[in-house]
Ligand binder design. Structure first.
Ligand code: BEZ
Ligand code: FE
Length: 285
Protein backbone atom coordinates (compact mmCIF):
# COMPACT_ATOMS: atom_id res chain seq x y z
CA UNK A 1 0.00 0.00 0.00
CA UNK A 2 1.28 3.46 -0.88
CA UNK A 3 1.01 6.41 1.45
CA UNK A 4 -1.56 9.14 1.68
CA UNK A 5 -2.17 11.73 4.35
CA UNK A 6 -4.54 9.44 6.22
CA UNK A 7 -2.61 6.18 6.28
CA UNK A 8 0.98 7.42 6.75
CA UNK A 9 0.86 7.34 10.55
CA UNK A 10 -0.33 3.73 10.74
CA UNK A 11 2.13 2.63 8.07
CA UNK A 12 5.07 4.23 9.87
CA UNK A 13 3.98 2.97 13.30
CA UNK A 14 3.55 -0.59 12.00
CA UNK A 15 6.97 -0.51 10.39
CA UNK A 16 8.63 0.60 13.65
CA UNK A 17 6.64 -1.91 15.69
CA UNK A 18 9.05 -4.50 14.29
CA UNK A 19 11.80 -3.24 16.62
CA UNK A 20 13.34 -6.31 18.24
CA UNK A 21 12.98 -4.99 21.76
CA UNK A 22 9.30 -4.70 22.82
CA UNK A 23 10.09 -1.54 24.79
CA UNK A 24 11.78 0.06 21.80
CA UNK A 25 8.79 -0.86 19.65
CA UNK A 26 6.51 0.80 22.20
CA UNK A 27 8.67 3.95 22.37
CA UNK A 28 9.02 4.30 18.60
CA UNK A 29 5.39 3.72 17.71
CA UNK A 30 4.13 6.11 20.40
CA UNK A 31 6.65 8.74 19.32
CA UNK A 32 5.53 8.44 15.69
CA UNK A 33 1.86 8.83 16.64
CA UNK A 34 2.57 11.92 18.78
CA UNK A 35 4.90 13.54 16.23
CA UNK A 36 2.42 13.02 13.42
CA UNK A 37 -0.42 14.33 15.58
CA UNK A 38 1.67 17.43 16.31
CA UNK A 39 2.36 18.05 12.62
CA UNK A 40 -1.34 17.67 11.83
CA UNK A 41 -2.48 19.85 14.73
CA UNK A 42 -0.28 22.81 13.78
CA UNK A 43 -0.39 22.10 10.01
CA UNK A 44 3.42 22.17 10.00
CA UNK A 45 4.86 23.94 6.95
CA UNK A 46 7.94 22.76 5.07
CA UNK A 47 9.81 25.95 6.00
CA UNK A 48 8.99 25.47 9.68
CA UNK A 49 10.13 21.84 9.55
CA UNK A 50 13.41 22.83 7.88
CA UNK A 51 13.96 25.58 10.48
CA UNK A 52 13.46 22.97 13.21
CA UNK A 53 15.97 20.62 11.55
CA UNK A 54 18.49 23.44 11.32
CA UNK A 55 17.88 24.32 14.97
CA UNK A 56 18.50 20.70 16.04
CA UNK A 57 21.60 20.51 13.85
CA UNK A 58 23.01 23.61 15.54
CA UNK A 59 22.13 22.27 19.02
CA UNK A 60 24.13 19.12 18.18
CA UNK A 61 27.00 21.05 16.62
CA UNK A 62 27.46 23.30 19.64
CA UNK A 63 27.42 20.35 22.09
CA UNK A 64 30.55 18.52 23.21
CA UNK A 65 31.79 16.76 26.33
CA UNK A 66 31.44 20.02 28.31
CA UNK A 67 28.44 21.72 26.71
CA UNK A 68 25.13 19.89 26.41
CA UNK A 69 22.61 21.97 24.49
CA UNK A 70 20.23 19.02 24.14
CA UNK A 71 19.98 18.47 27.91
CA UNK A 72 19.35 22.20 28.19
CA UNK A 73 16.61 21.92 25.56
CA UNK A 74 14.89 19.16 27.49
CA UNK A 75 15.29 21.18 30.71
CA UNK A 76 13.71 24.40 29.42
CA UNK A 77 10.82 22.49 27.82
CA UNK A 78 9.97 20.96 31.22
CA UNK A 79 10.62 17.47 29.84
CA UNK A 80 13.58 16.70 32.13
CA UNK A 81 11.54 17.60 35.19
CA UNK A 82 8.55 15.57 33.96
CA UNK A 83 10.80 12.51 33.57
CA UNK A 84 12.16 13.13 37.09
CA UNK A 85 8.60 13.26 38.46
CA UNK A 86 7.51 10.11 36.62
CA UNK A 87 10.46 8.16 37.97
CA UNK A 88 10.55 9.38 41.55
CA UNK A 89 7.05 8.87 42.97
CA UNK A 90 8.15 7.49 46.31
CA UNK A 91 7.79 8.07 50.00
CA UNK A 92 6.93 11.57 51.11
CA UNK A 93 9.74 11.66 53.72
CA UNK A 94 12.47 11.08 51.14
CA UNK A 95 14.47 13.94 49.66
CA UNK A 96 12.84 14.88 46.35
CA UNK A 97 14.82 14.63 43.13
CA UNK A 98 15.29 17.42 40.65
CA UNK A 99 17.08 17.97 37.34
CA UNK A 100 20.67 16.85 36.75
CA UNK A 101 21.34 19.81 34.47
CA UNK A 102 24.09 19.99 31.84
CA UNK A 103 27.06 20.82 34.10
CA UNK A 104 27.77 17.64 36.07
CA UNK A 105 31.31 16.36 35.54
CA UNK A 106 32.13 12.72 36.34
CA UNK A 107 35.07 11.75 38.46
CA UNK A 108 35.24 14.61 40.97
CA UNK A 109 38.01 14.20 43.57
CA UNK A 110 37.26 12.52 46.89
CA UNK A 111 36.91 15.03 49.73
CA UNK A 112 36.97 14.52 53.51
CA UNK A 113 34.61 16.03 56.09
CA UNK A 114 34.90 19.84 56.02
CA UNK A 115 36.96 20.02 52.80
CA UNK A 116 36.77 23.44 51.12
CA UNK A 117 35.81 22.85 47.48
CA UNK A 118 35.99 26.60 46.75
CA UNK A 119 39.77 26.61 47.24
CA UNK A 120 40.18 30.39 47.38
CA UNK A 121 37.55 31.31 44.75
CA UNK A 122 36.01 34.62 45.91
CA UNK A 123 32.64 34.48 47.65
CA UNK A 124 30.89 34.27 51.02
CA UNK A 125 31.93 31.08 52.83
CA UNK A 126 29.12 28.54 53.08
CA UNK A 127 29.03 25.37 55.18
CA UNK A 128 26.45 22.72 54.34
CA UNK A 129 26.10 20.10 57.07
CA UNK A 130 23.72 17.33 58.02
CA UNK A 131 23.27 13.59 57.73
CA UNK A 132 22.57 11.07 55.04
CA UNK A 133 19.83 8.78 56.38
CA UNK A 134 17.29 6.21 55.17
CA UNK A 135 13.50 6.69 55.33
CA UNK A 136 13.52 5.31 58.90
CA UNK A 137 16.07 7.91 59.96
CA UNK A 138 18.95 5.42 60.21
CA UNK A 139 22.32 6.77 59.06
CA UNK A 140 23.75 5.62 55.75
CA UNK A 141 27.35 5.16 56.83
CA UNK A 142 30.13 6.67 54.74
CA UNK A 143 27.76 7.82 51.97
CA UNK A 144 29.38 9.76 49.15
CA UNK A 145 27.85 13.14 48.24
CA UNK A 146 28.94 14.27 44.79
CA UNK A 147 28.49 18.08 45.00
CA UNK A 148 28.88 20.75 42.31
CA UNK A 149 27.88 24.36 41.86
CA UNK A 150 28.47 27.61 40.01
CA UNK A 151 30.77 30.34 41.32
CA UNK A 152 29.56 33.73 42.54
CA UNK A 153 29.36 34.90 38.89
CA UNK A 154 27.15 31.94 37.97
CA UNK A 155 29.87 30.06 36.03
CA UNK A 156 30.31 26.29 36.28
CA UNK A 157 33.68 24.66 35.68
CA UNK A 158 32.27 23.14 32.49
CA UNK A 159 31.73 26.68 31.14
CA UNK A 160 35.29 27.86 31.73
CA UNK A 161 37.72 26.80 28.99
CA UNK A 162 41.12 25.29 29.74
CA UNK A 163 40.58 24.39 33.37
CA UNK A 164 42.65 21.42 34.43
CA UNK A 165 41.63 20.86 38.02
CA UNK A 166 38.31 20.38 39.78
CA UNK A 167 36.61 23.71 40.48
CA UNK A 168 33.68 23.90 42.91
CA UNK A 169 33.01 20.20 42.74
CA UNK A 170 34.01 17.28 44.99
CA UNK A 171 32.82 13.90 46.25
CA UNK A 172 32.35 14.29 49.99
CA UNK A 173 32.59 11.21 52.14
CA UNK A 174 30.14 11.22 55.05
CA UNK A 175 31.32 9.74 58.36
CA UNK A 176 30.23 6.36 59.74
CA UNK A 177 27.28 8.05 61.51
CA UNK A 178 26.12 9.57 58.19
CA UNK A 179 27.19 13.13 59.05
CA UNK A 180 28.75 15.24 56.33
CA UNK A 181 30.27 18.71 56.14
CA UNK A 182 30.86 20.67 52.93
CA UNK A 183 32.74 23.93 52.84
CA UNK A 184 32.19 26.09 49.76
CA UNK A 185 31.09 29.60 48.77
CA UNK A 186 27.50 30.78 48.52
CA UNK A 187 26.11 30.13 45.03
CA UNK A 188 24.16 32.86 43.25
CA UNK A 189 21.21 32.72 40.91
CA UNK A 190 22.43 32.61 37.32
CA UNK A 191 21.37 32.73 33.70
CA UNK A 192 21.39 29.51 31.71
CA UNK A 193 23.67 29.66 28.63
CA UNK A 194 21.97 32.09 26.24
CA UNK A 195 24.60 32.13 23.48
CA UNK A 196 23.28 29.08 21.60
CA UNK A 197 20.09 27.84 19.95
CA UNK A 198 18.23 27.51 23.29
CA UNK A 199 19.05 31.15 24.07
CA UNK A 200 17.89 32.20 20.62
CA UNK A 201 14.51 30.53 21.19
CA UNK A 202 14.11 31.87 24.72
CA UNK A 203 15.16 35.35 23.61
CA UNK A 204 12.09 35.44 21.38
CA UNK A 205 9.77 34.97 24.39
CA UNK A 206 9.03 36.61 27.76
CA UNK A 207 10.57 33.65 29.63
CA UNK A 208 12.90 34.51 32.54
CA UNK A 209 16.12 32.62 31.79
CA UNK A 210 17.46 32.48 35.35
CA UNK A 211 17.81 29.78 37.96
CA UNK A 212 17.65 30.42 41.73
CA UNK A 213 20.83 29.97 43.82
CA UNK A 214 21.53 26.27 44.47
CA UNK A 215 24.12 23.56 45.08
CA UNK A 216 23.81 20.25 43.20
CA UNK A 217 24.07 16.80 44.81
CA UNK A 218 24.21 13.27 43.48
CA UNK A 219 24.15 10.42 46.02
CA UNK A 220 24.40 6.92 44.62
CA UNK A 221 24.74 4.36 47.44
CA UNK A 222 24.38 0.59 47.03
CA UNK A 223 20.96 -0.54 48.31
CA UNK A 224 19.35 2.89 47.74
CA UNK A 225 17.81 4.69 44.80
CA UNK A 226 20.17 7.13 43.16
CA UNK A 227 19.29 10.64 44.31
CA UNK A 228 19.97 13.61 42.02
CA UNK A 229 18.92 16.85 43.63
CA UNK A 230 19.77 20.44 44.63
CA UNK A 231 19.54 22.53 47.77
CA UNK A 232 18.13 25.98 47.02
CA UNK A 233 18.81 29.05 49.15
CA UNK A 234 15.71 30.27 50.96
CA UNK A 235 14.75 33.76 49.76
CA UNK A 236 16.79 33.47 46.57
CA UNK A 237 15.56 35.36 43.55
CA UNK A 238 13.91 33.23 40.81
CA UNK A 239 12.63 30.45 43.13
CA UNK A 240 9.17 31.00 41.63
CA UNK A 241 10.29 31.21 38.01
CA UNK A 242 13.13 28.67 37.69
CA UNK A 243 13.64 28.39 33.92
CA UNK A 244 14.04 24.59 34.20
CA UNK A 245 11.10 24.02 36.61
CA UNK A 246 13.45 22.44 39.17
CA UNK A 247 12.44 24.16 42.43
CA UNK A 248 10.67 22.17 45.16
CA UNK A 249 9.55 23.36 48.59
CA UNK A 250 11.31 20.53 50.39
CA UNK A 251 14.63 21.53 48.82
CA UNK A 252 14.59 25.16 49.97
CA UNK A 253 16.97 25.61 52.88
CA UNK A 254 17.82 28.58 55.10
CA UNK A 255 21.39 29.81 54.72
CA UNK A 256 21.86 31.23 58.25
CA UNK A 257 24.35 34.07 58.75
CA UNK A 258 26.97 33.26 61.39
CA UNK A 259 29.70 35.42 62.90
CA UNK A 260 33.42 34.69 62.55
CA UNK A 261 34.67 32.15 65.08
CA UNK A 262 34.22 28.42 65.25
CA UNK A 263 32.98 26.87 62.01
CA UNK A 264 30.64 23.85 61.91
CA UNK A 265 33.58 21.48 61.35
CA UNK A 266 35.30 22.81 64.48
CA UNK A 267 37.87 24.84 62.54
CA UNK A 268 38.41 28.57 63.09
CA UNK A 269 37.01 30.96 60.49
CA UNK A 270 38.02 34.60 60.47
CA UNK A 271 35.05 35.99 58.59
CA UNK A 272 31.27 35.72 58.88
CA UNK A 273 29.86 32.78 56.98
CA UNK A 274 26.60 31.09 56.00
CA UNK A 275 25.43 27.76 57.36
CA UNK A 276 22.84 25.48 55.74
CA UNK A 277 21.66 22.32 57.50
CA UNK A 278 19.99 19.52 55.61
CA UNK A 279 19.50 15.76 56.08
CA UNK A 280 19.37 13.80 52.82
CA UNK A 281 16.82 10.97 53.07
CA UNK A 282 17.41 8.06 50.66
CA UNK A 283 14.80 5.57 49.43
CA UNK A 284 15.52 1.86 49.48
CA UNK A 285 16.02 0.55 45.99
C1 BEZ B 1 22.01 23.74 36.42
O1 BEZ B 1 21.52 23.99 37.47
O2 BEZ B 1 23.18 23.50 36.46
C2 BEZ B 1 21.22 23.78 35.19
C3 BEZ B 1 20.16 22.93 35.05
C4 BEZ B 1 19.42 22.95 33.91
C5 BEZ B 1 19.75 23.82 32.89
C6 BEZ B 1 20.83 24.68 33.02
C7 BEZ B 1 21.57 24.66 34.19
FE1 FE C 1 23.04 24.50 38.63
Amino acid sequence: MYVDEDNITDLAARRWATAHSPRQAELMTAMIRHLHAFAREVQLTEDEWMAAIQWLTEAGRISDDKRQELILTSDVLGLSMLVVQLNNRFSAQATPATVLGPFHIDGSPAAPYGFDMSDGIPGTPLFVTGKVVDVDGKPVPAAVLDAWQADADGAYEAQIPEIDEARLRAKYQAREDGTYCIRTIAPRGYAIPMDGPVGELIGATDISYFRPAHVHFLIDEPGYRKLITHLFQEGSEYLDSDVVFGTKDALIVRFTEKPAGTAPDGSHIEQPYLHAEYDFVLQPG
